[in-house]
Ligand binder design. Structure first.
Ligand code: AMP
Length: 216
């Protein structure tokens, strides 16, 4: 089974992807992870990508094309894949169609996690982390008994830097601007499965499993 997962920052994409690759034994292909790895290794691709990523911009399509072609040639792709964070633009989606055609592969479904921006803002800006034991809270949906103090270990909670409203607004704008047309591209191919992501993590995952059962 070959899948794409598309969802705004904070929509639960990470957790769902981890569950899917485990339960369906498919390979997780995250361009963001691959680029971060290239940067950590100081490879030529990493050095070029870092210039864009550091400014919160999308990495040029030619770089993404090369890393995807290389990734799709690997053996673990044969058992099926889950693309995460790719394609980010319509040009990338068109390019992916032609790459897959050449490899005689196809996408079975595009999972679109739907959730209102205002809910995402609460989810993300309300998030608090205990730096001592790693427990995650949310001032709206999972508050601590004593404000800003970890229930488990008594540590003083912090807010992660990239969970600021300012940062999230930029990422949401980028998401809507670039990704909405990608969804429309796949809608024309009748591949999009809309998933209501404003539910508990378990309920969202149950919905996804029923969609995937329907594909078999
Ligand atoms: P992510 O972890 O998917 O949020 O990606 C982190 C950053 O990597 C993005 O902000 C982009 O700069 C870059 N990136 C990841 N995937 C892509 C892609 N498909 N096209 C262009 N840039 C990407």
């Amino acid at each position: 089974m070959n899948l794409l997962i598309i969802g705004a920052p904070g929509s639960g994409k990470g957790t769902i992807s981890n569950n899917l690759i485990k339960d369906y034994d498919i390979t997780h292909v995250s361009t963001g992870d691959m680029l971060r790895q290239a940067i950590a290794q100081n490879s030529p691709v990493g050095l070029r990508a870092a210039e864009y990523m550091n400014q919160g911009q999308l990495v040029p399509d030619s770089i993404i094309h090369d890393i995807i072609v290389e990734r799709l040639s690997m053996d673990d792709i044969k058992k099926g894949f889950l693309f995460d964070g790719y394609p980010r633009t319509v040009d990338q989606a068109i390019d992916l169609s032609s790459i897959l055609e050449q490899l005689h592969m196809k996408i079975d479904a595009v999972l679109e996690l739907e959730i209102d921006d205002e809910i995402l803002k609460k989810r993300i800006t309300g998030r608090r982390l205990c730096p001592t034991c790693g427990e995650i809270y949310n001032i709206y949906s999972k508050p601590t008994k004593v404000e800003d103090i970890c229930d488990k270990c008594g540590g003083k909670l912090i807010t992660r830097k990239d969970d600021s409203l300012e940062n999230l607004t930029v990422r949401l704008d980028e998401y809507h601007r670039n990704t909405q047309p990608v969804i429309e591209y796949y809608e024309k191919m009748d591949l999009v499965k809309k998933i209501d992501a404003d539910k508990s993590a378990d309920a969202v995952y149950d919905d996804i499993k029923s969609v995937l059962e329907g594909l078999k």
